[in-house]
Design a protein around this ligand. Structure first.
Ligand code: GLN
Length: 335
């Protein structure tokens, strides 16, 4: 019944069709919307690559890709779809999901925090300004503390758990981009300071060096835009993978992850994003962004130039365009 409803919503979203089978909506229309989004923004040169991690400054700024994966497991792509880039902060979503599955939603709320900081992703002030030292799992401070919550006695064990978890979402093997990893490891002083500060307040739950290293590795995981959309599709489908059919997380936990994405996924511009686009999303300084329309589809877009908050300019515009054409907005009234 639920599947049929999803299919109906897809028909409404992407155009009319009379069928309710495996291809219930107008696939050509979806392709067309993706092509339009790509054509509209491919020449937009605003913003700049992240350069505080030297390896990111060297990535080809012109790369641009878009992918949609529906809850029925259909995949639509456009642009530089085979380009592999570092997942960066989008990894925070999936590590949060794992920590929530392992420790429960309350532990995340109580030990990390789930309110928006309203401040940049690497803000030290955010920790100092909040008396309880609460942040959220999608800014660097909270994300590193979330890594420290993941079970595993040894660093390698923990890393294996996290990377295997990502691969279940991606339905493929993923590797670390070694150049990004070493570049980021060698320019990590700010994150180290944040982790030490949290630890001093009793808000970090393991060894600082080990967990910082795992965090850096998770940010350096290489993904294509299609793999990213595949990972995100699990969140669109209530925790069950649209392709493998496997339940990876509880529907309750998906709701909570999407809530944090809505309030903090694009850092200090999350409010503006919710106001204009209305989809839970998460960006990474590698240039990727994922956005979720629950019960319908996930969108991933990638292009390296970022705005001042660290969110890809073209990816935001492309996702905004597709969401608008699909009438996808979690705040809108659906008949
Ligand atoms: N690895 C990056 C960092 O720690 C992630 C930041 C981001 O993508 N916003 O700074």
């Amino acid at each position: 019944m639920k599947k049929i409803l999803y299919s109906l919503l897809l028909v409404l979203a992407f155009g009319s069709s009379t069928q309710l089978d495996a291809r219930p909506y107008d696939a050509a229309k979806v392709e067309q919307v993706l092509a339009q989004a790509h054509a509209l923004y491919k020449d937009d040169k605003s913003g700049a690559n992240a350069d505080y991690i030297p390896a990111l400054a060297k990535v080809d700024s012109e790369r641009f890709a878009i992918a949609v994966v529906t809850v029925n497991g259909e995949v639509f792509t456009r642009g530089d779809i085979n380009t592999r880039f570092s997942i960066q902060s989008i990894s925070k979503v999936f590590t949060l999901a794992l920590a929530m599955e392992q420790k429960g939603a309350e532990a995340i709320r109580d030990k990390i925090g789930v309110n928006a900081t309203g401040l940049p992703f690497n803000s030290v002030a955010a920790i100092e300004l909040n008396e309880a030292r609460a942040v959220n799992p999608l800014v660097n401070a909270g994300a590193m503390a979330t890594v420290s919550l993941i079970g595993g006695d040894k660093a390698e064990q923990k890393w294996q758990a996290i990377s295997a978890w990502y691969e279940q979402f991606a339905t493929t093997k993923l590797g670390v981009l070694e150049e990004v990893y070493s570049s980021e490891s060698n320019s990590n002083g700010h994150n180290l300071a944040i982790a030490e500060l949290l630890k001093s307040y009793g808000r970090f739950y393991g060894d600082v060096d080990i967990n910082l290293d795992i965090y850096t590795r998770q940010c350096s995981v290489g993904v294509t835009t299609k793999e990213l959309a595949m990972m995100a599709s699990v969140l669109a489908n209530g925790g069950t993978h649209p392709i493998s059919g496997e339940r990876l997380m509880s529907a309750d936990n998906v709701e909570r992850v999407l809530a944090v994405m809505t309030t903090a996924g694009l850092y200090e511009t999350s409010g503006q994003w919710a106001y204009t686009v209305g989809l839970p999303a998460k960006s990474g300084v590698g240039g990727g962004i994922i956005a979720i329309m629950p019960g319908k589809f996930a969108i991933a877009a990638f292009s390296p130039r970022l705005d001042g908050a660290g969110n890809s300019v073209r990816a935001q515009k492309a996702i905004g365009y597709i969401a608008d054409k699909a009438k996808a907005n979690i705040f809108s009234h659906q008949d």
